[in-house]
Design a binder for this molecule. Structure first.
Ligand code: NAP
Length: 244
């Protein structure tokens, strides 16, 4: 029976690449996104061309009821979820002096509470199955902090604490929980930055290039494979050596 992976925020960027990479490994994909579009329908077809099934799971991860609905739909269709990748995330950057309360709360709601909302619903089934892999997408700034990203960094640091706690709680059920901390990866999230800033950041990356979504997706592929069955509670930086 094919394995099943649920990926949040999988319509574009890193999440899309994770969905494509896992489908090439034979995973049926539960593809979460916020709003159905032609791009999402095209992506569904592209994934299906790898001879796997796709369930479109519309919903906002910051809404607990949405998450419960699409997790239940996934169980109704596939009977199980073997892998959960909590990838959905947003930024609302601003220095603290000018950061609005709603922008602090919104980023925490999507990035951290969203990770809880999906995990809480999925874990019920993984515990019954007595196996599972959960990969949470954090960020290097969750470890180092970053001026102008107090909200985002706090959410990503929170994801690391959440990951380690769940790794301890769920180890007896053979559920492995790890986090990936990407550095600077090409996507819509980073495309908004000015070219000069991107050049400055690249200069400080030992490998002298920004990352690609594939760089993150390949580590997810490893973390869901049997090759990583003795790894849990870890944060793996995928950052070209940016943070060490
Ligand atoms: P992106 O291109 O902006 O994609 C973000 C994805 O998250 C989109 O698919 C978006 O859906 C989805 N999303 C946002 N809010 C959501 C919500 N409430 N419910 C469901 N889905 C939601 O960003 P990315 O670079 O691929 O980032 C993916 C993850 O990697 C994020 O957690 C990000 O923090 C993390 N990360 C990225 C970098 C980087 O350099 N790019 C570095 C470190 C960590 P819509 O299309 O509906 O907006």
């Amino acid at each position: 029976m094919s394995k099943v992976a649920l990926i949040t925020g999988a319509g574009r960027g890193i999440g899309k690449q994770i969905a494509l990479t896992l489908s090439k490994e034979g995973y049926n994909i539960v593809l979460n996104f916020r709003t159905l579009s032609d791009d999402i329908k095209k992506l569904k077809k592209e994934i299906e061309s790898n001879n796997v099934e796709v369930l479109l799971a519309e919903g906002d991860v910051s809404n607990f009821d949405d998450c419960k609905r699409f997790v239940d739909d996934a169980i109704a269709k596939f009977g199980k979820i073997d892998v959960l990748v909590n990838n959905a995330g947003i930024t609302k950057d601003m220095l603290i002096a000018r950061m609005k309360e709603e922008d602090f709360i919104h980023v925490l709601d999507v990035n951290l509470v969203g990770t809880f909302n999906v995990t809480k619903n999925v874990v019920t089934y993984m515990m019954k199955a007595r196996e599972g892999r959960i990969i949470n997408i954090s960020s290097v700034v969750g470890i180092s902090g970053n001026a102008g990203q107090a909200n985002y960094s706090a959410s990503k640091a929170g994801i690391i604490g959440f990951t380690k706690s769940l790794a301890k709680e769920l180890s007896s059920r053979n559920i492995l929980v790890n986090a990936i901390a990407p550095g600077f990866i090409e996507s819509d999230m980073t495309n908004v930055l000015k070219d000069e800033l991107k050049e400055e950041i690249t200069k400080n990356i030992p490998l002298k290039r920004v990352g690609k979504p594939e760089d993150v997706a390949n580590v997810v592929k490893f973390l869901v494979s049997s090759d990583s069955s003795y790894i849990t509670g870890q944060v793996i930086n995928v950052d070209g050596g940016m943070l060490m």
